[in-house]
Design a protein around this ligand. Sequence first.
Ligand code: XMP
Length: 515
Amino acid sequence: MSIGEEVILVVDFGSQYAHLIARRIRELKVYSEIVFPDITEKEIEKIAPKGIIFSGGPRSVYEKDAPLLTDDVFDYLIRKDIPILGICYGHQLIALKMGGNVKGEKKKEYGIATVDILDPEGIFNDLENKETVWMSHGDQVFELPPGFVITSKTDNSPIAAFRSTSKKIYGLQWHPEVVHTKNGQKILSNFVYNVCGCKGTWDLSDFIEENVSKIRNKVGSGKAVIALSGGIDSSVAAAVAEKAIGNRLYAVFVDHGLLRKGEAEVVSKAFSGHDINFKKIDAKKRFFDKLFGITDPEKKRMVIGEEFIRIFEEEAKKIGADFLVQGTIYPDIIESGRSQHADTIKSHHNVGGLPDSISFKEIIEPLRDLYKDEVREVGRRLGLPDKIIDQYPFPGPGLAVRITGPVTEENIRICREASSIVEEELEKASIENIWQAFAVTLEDKVVGVVGDQRKFGRIVALRIVESQDAMTANFKKLPWDVLEKISTRITNEVPEVVSVAYFISHKPPQTIEPC
Ligand code: XMP
């Protein structure tokens, strides 16, 4: 199947759950894509979605500058009879656009609630009369638009859900995408299958085949360079590209001196058997010179992004390759603020950190529509070893974004040694469900006492999180004895360090990488 055949669009109105909606839809085997409120009628026409979901959002629909779809887009959706599901803010937006009314409530409704299902048609098919749902809203619809009926209510929200009697338009005040809504996935499934008429043909195997043939068509009889870091994304991208063009793929592994302990050896070993012309470039001096004195995280990312590209260009020139394959994944694009309305959280080195002028004919990104766990699944299906697939994700800019100060030998060494202790101890303790685990070298110093002597020493902070797709994350609630072991080993084995801290912030507000 082709991605374009069955698409559900999710309009992100600024909700932290917009990604969760898209993922839930993909779990239903229907491809879904996030778009932003500035999407145009023409763009929608080109995608020809089977349905569209309006996400929640932090604003009020009647606020000045609230993100609203244009009337043209809204009219287009109605004219073409494209099914719409509005969630929370999206529900209120439908009410506003269709002639109903929304108002702010003094008392916000937040958390688990029980709703009465009044009408089992469409999205409520097969639900109980009472359902447990998760609410999070300040505003609510208090006047139905003409031609709509109430389909659900709570004591606090008399119009907790509605639907149009003549069009496929549904609104929900609560969030079906979060696990606390017991039958949330059933509601989404009803929308996708019963209302939008999807067949559920999105499958990763088809995705692989489709991308393999796309790469073949693009590269033709030419050659391509793959930017291989040994991390999950670039390794999987390499496997897809290798399947497509075999030994006309040239893997360039840049050792920028910012790698994890032992990484260069592991990667060299893992890929040297492949038929992909593996070449390791020692570029440590080059990167350290360029990064000298820089502490601003975004500047670090820009410098690293540019330097990577220049090395790949130089190598491509030697080989005679016109194409660069990168392991960019969907969250890299979203976080780099590649949409007009999305804020730049951090410029991923391979997206926002790219220089303006590049001498490649084209950059090929076979994984750009996938979330990390989907990338892992593609890697498994292509037979990559567990060691590569199950490793902690490692950002292209490497340890440079795990030190809050300048890139110096000492800062990098502290980060590398302490992180390796973290990984070893977590493995020994068999702690499960960890998405990411490493140590951060902080710039501040604190007074310590070592062997009866004062020592004004360094601090490292541990970042260990659980996550599904890195768009949100929770700090891992580790047993104290494991934390104690890690702390003791770091202060004993990394001579500069006298203090170990633990980041106990989720994402949001803190991101996973510190810089
Ligand atoms: P953040 O820090 O944005 O990290 O919460 C989310 C996930 O993305 C990885 N990450 C990167 N990967 N280039 C990459 O290849 C980058 O510039 C980059 N920045 C963050 C990060 O390791 C985490 O898994």
